[in-house]
Design a protein around this ligand. Structure first.
Ligand SMILES: [Zn+2]
Length: 211
């Protein structure tokens, strides 16, 4: 188990899973070399209310999101995230995910020192991670959107574009169902998020996917 896996397991309460389907998609997209060489350290689900992230050489899915998706939609989301793993040596993700991880790490250590509770540590870690990632993506929204669209485009060469669009819709409806604190955060970022989602969907639908 590497450090990234340790972080995901301890701080985000994630568990790893193996998937031969995701592995063969990774092969088709030539991303296998950039994923963890240990098949136990590649794919994770967390109870944290997130959709999906690339996390260095791993993919992280929110359990609620993953379970809501069909097999074809899961592959579509994974293809998009593999795009992030491949994309400009992960520049945007590094700027986004790494600071979010650091913020969540610091906050959760503070929470642990304040309360002595592992439950508090995990709660704050998850909340800090999700909030920081949402905030950072809104700060850099133009660059972020362009990168999202390039990952969508790449994904559509390997998976069903319609499934990707459906998966984006599912992510949106989960977002709307988040508890109060997160909902108000999303609302503050809301206008931009919805507008960019629409742009992404229109662009995917305009593409010609695999036959
Ligand atoms: Zn993305």
């Amino acid at each position: 188990m590497d450090l990234g896996s340790l972080y995901l397991k301890v701080f985000l309460g994630a568990r790893s899973f193996k998937s031969s389907q995701l592995d063969s998609l990774a092969n088709a997209m030539s991303v296998t070399d950039r994923l963890s060489s240990n098949s136990n350290d590649r794919y994770f689900v967390t109870k944290a209310n997130v959709a999906a992230f690339s996390f260095g050489n791993k993919l992280l899915f929110g359990a609620g999101y993953y379970e809501s998706l069909t097999e074809s939609q899961r592959l579509a989301v994974a293809a998009h995230e593999f795009g992030h793993v491949l994309g400009d040596s992960g520049e945007v993700r590094k700027r986004l995910v790494a600071p979010a991880a650091v913020v969540s790490l610091l906050l959760s250590i503070l929470a642990f020192m304040g309360t002595g509770s592992m439950v508090a540590l995990m709660f704050v870690a998850v909340l800090g991670f999700v909030a920081a990632a949402a905030l950072l993506s809104s700060l850099d929204s133009d660059h972020y959107l362009r990168h999202e669209m390039s990952c969508d485009k790449l994904a559509s060469e390997f998976v069903n574009g319609k499934s990707l669009v459906e998966a984006i819709h599912v992510a949106e409806s989960l977002q709307r169902a988040t508890p109060k604190l997160m909902a108000s955060l999303w609302k503050r970022l809301g206008a931009k998020v919805n507008e960019s989602t629409k742009m992404r969907i229109d662009a995917i639908l305009a593409l010609k996917g695999p036959a």
